[in-house]
Design a protein around this ligand. Structure first.
Ligand code: NDP
Length: 240
């Protein structure tokens, strides 16, 4: 099996942990990122994992970026759709730009990355598509109508595409993390963070490595009978 993986948003936060865990599991990993060159170059220097810059919100850029990765590393067998953003606002104050940016990145970005890779995975009769959704796509969250809609969309995308990929040896799964200690969560005011932690039965935030280990499992041949599933990893905060 050709073990090449792309991780979108793979140079920071949860994505960085996923890139490193896949590398340690024997994959050739390409870490995509959007604009933070400094973080990406630091990540590359520290890990030896090559980084590739393009926006998942741009279909043509995704197709071109995938072409570059495949020319460098070979055909991609594992896609981790991890890139995601928030543009929080109460709905009555939410702008059309805030809605569009989040949907373009978190939901259309998943289409834009998966679609150009799908034909090759079908031809090779093997593939793994793993998307990082969110607890807030499952339960909804005040101030995050855009984000919750995009992340719920990722779950529907996964359930439908899993049915199309099954006979071609492609599994499609989604992970819904709860609150994980990354820049995204550490950026919220400390008081808010404390109130979030108080709602988590385990009494702590998750670690990026805990999500990365879920990805490594779903990417493995051992997980071949698991498709269309939603794996929640949230410390018991929301039990479906
Ligand atoms: P971070 O903000 O720490 O990192 C986000 C990453 O996504 C960065 O590498 C960023 O690139 C990249 N990115 C953003 N927009 C684009 C784009 N248009 N194209 C390509 N890459 C892009 O996020 P987290 O690690 O916290 O989150 C990772 C994923 O997990 C997201 O999908 C998020 O919604 C989800 N999640 C996170 C939770 C948490 O508690 N942290 C909880 C539940 C889900 P760059 O470095 O260039 O900015």
């Amino acid at each position: 099996m050709n073990k090449v993986a792309i991780v979108t948003g793979g140079s920071r936060g949860i994505g960085a942990a996923i890139s490193i865990a896949l590398k340690n599991a024997g994959y050739s990993v390409a870490a995509n990122y959007a604009g933070n060159d400094e973080a990406a170059q630091k990540f590359k220097a520290e890990t030896g994992i090559p980084v590739y810059k393009w926006s998942v919100a741009d279909y043509d850029a995704c197709a071109a970026g995938i072409g570059r990765v495949e020319a460098d590393l070979g055909p991609v067998s594992v896609l981790v759709n991890n890139a995601g953003i928030t543009r929080d606002a109460m709905f009555h104050k939410m702008t059309r730009d805030q809605w569009k940016e989040v949907l373009d990145t978190n939901l259309s970005g998943v289409f834009n990355m998966t679609h150009p890779l799908w034909g090759g995975m079908r031809d090779r009769k093997f593939g793994r598509v793993i998307t990082i959704s969110s607890i807030n796509g499952q339960k909804g969250q005040t101030g995050q109508v855009n984000y919750s809609a995009s992340k719920a969309g990722d779950i529907g995308f996964t359930k439908a595409l899993a049915q199309e990929g099954a006979r071609a040896g492609i599994t499609v799964n989604v992970i819904c993390p709860g609150y994980i200690a990354t820049d995204m969560v550490m950026a919220v005011p400390e008081k808010v963070r404390e109130s979030i932690i108080a709602q988590i039965p385990t009494g702590r935030l998750g670690e990026p490595q805990e999500i990365a280990r879920c990805v490594v499992f779903l990417a493995s041949e051992d997980a071949g009978f698991i498709t269309g599933s939603t794996l929640t990893a949230n410390g018991g905060q929301y039990i479906t």
